[in-house]
Design a binder for this molecule. Structure first.
Ligand SMILES: C[S@@+](CC[C@H](N)C(=O)[O-])C[C@H]1O[C@@H](n2cnc3c(N)ncnc32)[C@H](O)[C@@H]1O
Length: 296
């Protein structure tokens, strides 16, 4: 027996002048961010790449070489960047959607990231298309804040929260680059903040959350997705308005769109839930799965 559902929609950015996934395979990917071409590890790309090794290295400006994974049991990549050509260590790319333009500052980080998760672009589109002026938005685990800035372009009242001061500063710079102001910045443990908002009976029109598998609050509070996700969702369900919208992203390996759908249905039984995968489409024709998402 089979059942046709719309539980697994694949979302990927298209026509993005400043970003493309050139190719992927052999557990790596090669991407262009503006004029900078980078090779990075990609554990999900277990297939054969479309292009030859020679073609990859002819184009690449830098490569992140992993020396160990999970050394500190953080689930993060560990290693270092190897420059293959002389390139600036900081640069900027643009993202345009809904007649708005976001400017995003990039730089090399020790975990092999550059400050953006390009597969999230369809979430930014969704925020820009669905939010209205003065609606209250909460972005939890908000990293460098591209979603916060996208939300702010609509005139929404945005609260951005992350545990790491440096990434909140980076997010503020992204807001300023995009000629915006007025985002509320919070450096705090997401779990603690939500419990506090429940007590204060605060309500939001839109909540975005991207909880990692493992993390730490600024005072060392331990975040473990497996242990705390249900309590966090319980809190989130209490601070979302009855007709509010929500986007949940899960990057941890092993979570499926169906699981994400069930999770959201259990906390929001009266709401329609959409779920799927955030993927990137390579120039060589692969769809690279990166995260699952659920939306209500
Ligand atoms: C996967 S990233 C989010 C990516 C982001 N949503 C985006 O699209 O660019 C996870 C973020 O969670 C933050 N974080 C980890 N533990 C946290 C905690 N306990 N409270 C708040 N933020 C935390 C990290 O600092 C990191 O910026």
């Amino acid at each position: 027996m089979s059942q046709e559902t719309n539980l697994n929609t694949l979302h990927f950015p298209s026509d993005w002048k400043d970003y493309s996934l050139i190719d992927c395979g052999n557990k790596r990917k090669i991407e262009r961010f503006g004029n900078t071409i980078l090779i990075r590890p990609e554990p999900q790309a277990i297939w054969k790449p479309g292009l030859s090794e020679k073609d990859w290295y002819k184009q690449a400006d830098a490569e992140f070489i992993r020396d160990n994974i999970n050394k500190k049991n953080t689930g993060e990549l560990e290693g270092g960047w190897k420059q293959l050509r002389k390139i600036p260590s900081q640069w900027e790319i643009k993202y345009s959607s809904n007649n708005r333009q976001l400017k995003i500052g990039l730089q090399f980080t020790g975990f092999g990231h550059v400050g953006i998760f390009p597969e999230q672009a369809t979430n930014w589109d969704y925020l820009m298309a669905n939010l209205k002026k003065d609606q209250k938005v909460l972005n939890l685990f908000a990293y460098t804040g591209v979603a916060s800035v996208a939300a702010r372009t609509t005139g929404a009242d945005v609260t951005h929260l992350d545990a790491v001061k440096n990434v909140v500063t980076w997010a503020r710079e992204n807001m300023e680059r995009s000629n915006l102001e007025g985002i509320r910045w919070i450096v705090e443990d997401a779990f603690k903040f939500v419990q506090r908002e429940v007590k204060r009976e605060k309500l939001y029109d839109f909540i975005i959350l991207d909880p990692p598998a493992y993390g730490r609050g600024p005072s060392g509070e331990k975040w473990l997705l497996e242990e705390l996700l249900d309590q966090l969702m319980e809190g989130v369900s209490k601070i979302l308005k009855p007709d509010g919208k929500l986007i949940l992203n899960l990057y941890s390996l092993g979570y499926s769109p169906l699981l994400c759908n069930n999770l959201l249905k259990s906390y929001f039984p009266k709401r329609k839930v959409e779920s799927g995968e955030l993927v990137l489409k390579s120039e060589t024709g692969y769809l690279l799965p990166l995260s699952v998402f659920g939306r209500i």
